[in-house]
Design a protein around this ligand. Structure first.
Ligand code: SAM
Length: 246
C-alpha cells in the first residue's frame, strides 16, 4: 500500500489490498489489528471475538459518517467499507485512523466485483447500501448497482440471520430497486406488504441523507433478509482477485 506525504495516514493504514484479503480472509486481516487494539501479547484472540465475529459491510460509504458512527458504537463488530472512489477511500482511511477505530477495513473497488471475491457464503451479518447513485439519465441506467446479479451475490454473502438494507431518495430508482429485490428468489421483504418504508425509527443518518431531507426529497428504506433457499446450490464464484488494490 503506497502512501504519499500529502495523504499521510496516521497510525495503521486501514486500507486492505484485495490480494491480502483473498489470501488471509477477513478474520486474519482483522485479527492482527484487533489483537493490537486489545493489547494481547500472548497471540490469543480477545475473548469471544473470533468465536463469534459479527461482520458488517457498507457499500458506497461516501464521506463515511455512517460507517464511522456504526464502528464507534460497536467496537467488537468488524466493519468493512467498500467504495469505488479511491479519493473517498483515502480520505476515509485518514478519518478511521484519526478516530483510532481498529475494527474498520476499507476496500476501494466496485461492489459488484468485491462482493464476489471477498466474502464466503453466509459470512456477513448486514449489508448497508445507503443512497446508492441513481444514474438518472436513461443511457446511464445500466450503471445502477441494484441489479439482479449483484443482489443474488449479496444474498449469498449474507448469513441466514443477516439483513440487507437499501436506501434511496430517487423515485424511479426506488421502483427499480423494489422490482429487483421483490423478484429475487433469494430474498424476503421484511416490510411486506409494503415495498419500503419512508422512515425508520432510530436509524442513523448518512451525509447525503441529511442533504436530501433538507431538500424535502422522499426517502425509501428497503429491508430484506435471505430467503430459506438463498444459499441452496450456491458457492462463491471462483474468480481471480483482479480488483484495484492499494
Ligand atoms: C450518493 S453517494 C452516497 C454516500 C453515502 N452512502 C451517503 O449516504 O452519504 C454514493 C456513493 O457510492 C459510491 N459508489 C457508487 N457506485 C459504487 C459501486 N459500484 N461500488 C462501490 N461504491 C460505489 C460512490 O462513489 C459514492 O461515494
Amino acid at each position: 500500500m503506497g502512501r504519499s506525504l500529502k495523504y499521510e495516514i496516521p497510525g495503521e493504514d486501514p486500507r486492505v489490498p484485495l490480494s491480502d484479503v483473498a489470501e488471509k480472509g477477513w478474520t486474519l486481516v482483522f485479527a492482527s489489528t484487533m489483537k493490537s487494539a486489545c493489547g494481547s501479547r500472548s497471540g490469543a484472540p480477545p475473548d469471544g471475538l473470533e468465536q463469534t465475529p459479527r461482520r458488517v459491510l457498507e457499500i458506497g460509504f461516501g464521506r463515511g459518517e455512517f460507517l464511522l458512527a456504526m464502528a464507534a458504537r460497536e467496537p467488537r463488530v468488524q466493519f468493512i467499507g467498500i467504495e469505488v472512489s479511491w479519493k473517498r477511500t483515502l480520505k476515509m482511511a485518514r478519518k478511521v485512523a484519526r478516530a483510532k477505530l481498529e475494527n474498520v477495513r476499507l476496500v476501494d473497488d466496485r461492489a459488484e466485483h468485491a462482493i464476489q471475491v471477498l466474502f464466503e457464503p453466509e459470512s456477513l451479518d448486514a449489508i448497508w447500501i445507503n443512497f446508492t447513485d441513481p444514474w438518472p439519465k436513461g443511457r446511464h441506467a445500466h450503471r445502477r448497482l441494484i441489479r439482479t446479479g449483484f443482489v443474488g451475490d449479496a444474498a449469498v454473502a449474507l448469513k441466514a440471520s443477516g439483513t440487507l438494507f437499501v436506501a434511496t431518495d430517487d423515485v424511479p430508482y426506488a421502483l427499480q430497486i423494489d422490482e429487483v429485490l421483490s423478484r429475487s428468489p433469494r430474498l424476503e421483504n421484511l416490510n411486506a406488504p409494503f415495498p419500503f418504508v419512508s422512515e425508520v425509527a432510530d436509524r442513523m443518518r448518512t451525509g447525503y441523507e441529511e442533504q436530501w431531507r433538507a431538500e424535502g426529497r422522499p426517502l425509501h428504506f428497503f429491508t430484506y433478509r435471505p430467503s430459506p433457499n438463498a444459499h441452496r446450490g450456491r458457492t462463491r464464484p471462483d474468480r481471480p482477485c483482479s480488483g484495484r488494490a492499494r
